[in-house]
Design a protein around this ligand. Structure first.
Ligand code: C5P
Ligand code: MG
Length: 289
């Protein structure tokens, strides 16, 4: 009933189990469903025309508000940490203490003198320069969830101000969309001082950074979950949901596909290999909703 599952990019370790979960979610109905999703490289594309697409961090890093020297520092930092982030041979425990550095370590040396709203929103300068690419099917996914009033929780270790602007500019920032991410905190002179709240990095996307938000408590009757991610760190995003009856985990395997396939197949119910679209997600939603 979900023809998209026949796509060549789809890999499933336990097809019967997965079909069972999808059927169970459909039986429970849309009033029991919530979607929890990562943003960068999950709702946005990993590559386009043979080139890497920027993350929300990269858009900030590449923007004209960062000095040339700062850009180089940020690039070096990412080149050092990104291989660690995706290394299949290191445990999450080894990676976790290292992951704060690339979120804030480069920016703290920059005096970011900018008016954030105007820079981000005023004609979307920063976004245009960064060539934001959302996956094909981005608008359809948001539209479907909005139509059936299914809550969408976006849990991102990226830069909240930037990814919110991407969603806003696509005209899909509906009332059912909630974002928890790193938001820039500017002082009275427009200088970026820090991110607000606890820093979210790739491997602390769990209840520890959601304390006090009450988000999942308010949705406690929504016991069917579709979780979308691209990192092993995204698997814990639903840990704060008080009662889970059915959970379907869909993972985008974008990079180092061969090396990471085994681990992804063990962890995610459905693995999408080098698939730059939201076709499978939209196909499943069309079947369920
Ligand atoms: O939205 P998500 O949680 O995926 O945001 C984290 C992403 O940002 C990861 O893909 C990570 O590689 C990337 N990142 C980056 N530059 C940084 C820190 C993280 O591109 N300085
Ligand atoms: Mg991601």
């Amino acid at each position: 009933q979900v023809p998209e599952l026949e796509k060549a990019t789809v890999r499933i370790q336990q097809p019967e189990r997965v079909l069972g979960i999808i059927r169970a979610i459909k039986e429970q109905g849309m009033n029991k469903l919530q979607v929890i999703s990562d943003f960068d490289m999950t709702l946005s594309r990993f590559g386009c025309n043979g080139r890497r697409c920027p993350t929300s961090h990269n858009i900030l890093d590449n923007s004209r508000v960062i000095s040339e020297d700062g850009k180089k520092k940020l690039k070096d930092l990412l080149h050092h940490y990104y291989p660690i982030e995706i290394d299949p041979n290191r445990t999450l425990e080894e990676k976790r203490p290292l992951m704060l550095a690339p979120v804030w370590g480069g920016l703290k040396h920059e005096s970011l003198r900018l008016a954030p709203r105007c820079e981000l929103g005023g004609g979307g300068t920063m976004l245009c320069n960064g060539h934001v690419c959302s996956r094909d099917g981005f608008n359809e996914m948001f539209d479907q969830l909005h139509k059936y009033n299914v809550p969408l929780f976006i849990f991102s270790a990226g830069v909240g101000d930037i990814l919110e602007e991407i969603i806003r500019q696509a005209n899909v920032f509906y009332s059912n969309v909630n974002v928890v991410s790193n938001y820039m905190d500017f002082d009275d002179n427009g200088v970026l001082r820090r991110f607000k709240g606890p820093l979210i990095h790739t491997y602390n996307k769990n209840n520890s950074v959601l304390q006090g938000t009450e988000y999942f408590q308010q949705l406690s009757t929504r016991t069917s979950i579709i979780l979308l991610g691209d990192s092993m760190g995204d698997l814990t995003m639903a840990d704060g949901v008080p009662s889970v009856e059915n959970i379907l985990k869909i993972g985008f395997l974008n990079d180092k596909v061969e090396e990471r396939r085994g681990k992804y197949l063990d962890a995610y119910d459905i693995v999408l290999e080098s698939d730059e679209t939201l076709d499978v997600v939209n196909g499943i939603l069309r079947y369920i909703l």
